[in-house]
Design a binder for this molecule. Sequence first.
Ligand code: AMP
Ligand code: MG
Length: 344
Amino acid sequence: MNRRNRAWVAFGVSFSVIFMVIFYPRKDFSVLQQVSGQTMGTIVYNVKFTGPLLKAIKSQIDRELKSFNQSLSTYVPDSEISRLNQQGFLTFESKYFLPVLKKSKEVYEKTGGAFDPSIGLLVQAWGFGPDKSIPDPAIEDSLKRIIGFDQVVFSDESVTVPHHFQMDFSAIAKGYAVDLIGELLEEAGIENYLVEIGGEVRCRGVNEENKSWSLGIEDPVAGLNERRLMAIVRLKDRALATSGNYRNYYEKDGKTYTHIIDPRTGYTTRHHLLSVSVFASDCMTADAYATAFMVLGLESSKQVLSQEGLDAIFFYKSRDGTIKSFVSEGIKPFLKMNKANELF
Ligand code: AMP
Ligand code: MG
């Protein structure tokens, strides 16, 4: 090849390289994909992630949630938990049961029994179980003696509970399901996502604008069908779960009965806390502690928060009837309060 031809070849090669760099279709990670559906009866789930849409992802999510319910839902008559509640013994068939038992034991111990999934009989007795009925007060005293997670014995293969025990993982299961869907997305190669099931959330990476995911914290005294935001929080690689007495309660003879029960007394919780949102790296932990903190109240929860390195936002009713908040230090830089509820 003479010099002139070589020059043309060199020009052609460099032009093609420049052309490819400019026009080669980029993998566009800023595209937001959204998938939603229903699980655990009527609970809505929303999944957002960035990158190309994976067609099979919705059916994979639905399949995972179905197997999850087949293990841990007390609303499914032949689920693993329903069979445990009928027989007092279960050899694990799924991967779901053991992790939830281990996390339950940990949170039960760290909160002095404020979180206790052996609470099923009390939940039913107070009228919040699958079989809704308002209880006969005479049975309260005997019921509160027949719960206690320390009587739940398990190994890597099986679990045994005393006769009459009714396990109920409602206070931890949603958070656990959120983690499982997050892990499913990670296995599919998705790094930037937000998974939300009925208000419990897990985020990883960033959103389509390359910023942390933003989430609203609901006003705990908004009406039943109203949604008002109390604060906006930015989350990166964290999970958030909220527990509150503001949607699930009833009134009888001038008294309010809430769905969160203090396992140490057997009674439904009655104090000034309206809601607790807990931040942890996984959603199962956040969910369990959020329920426990509703039982413990603000002051005792603060001790657990610092011992466990967790963050939380508490909303409570002050003596003058106004709504106040306590926000732990670690979450303050990521939180923007609604104007009427300034941080303090
Ligand atoms: P959550 O919305 O996560 O706070 O869960 C509340 C549900 O957990 C209730 O509806 C009961 O089924 C169950 N529950 C109530 N009190 C407790 C408790 N102290 N520990 C564990 N589970 C509870
Ligand atoms: Mg919970």
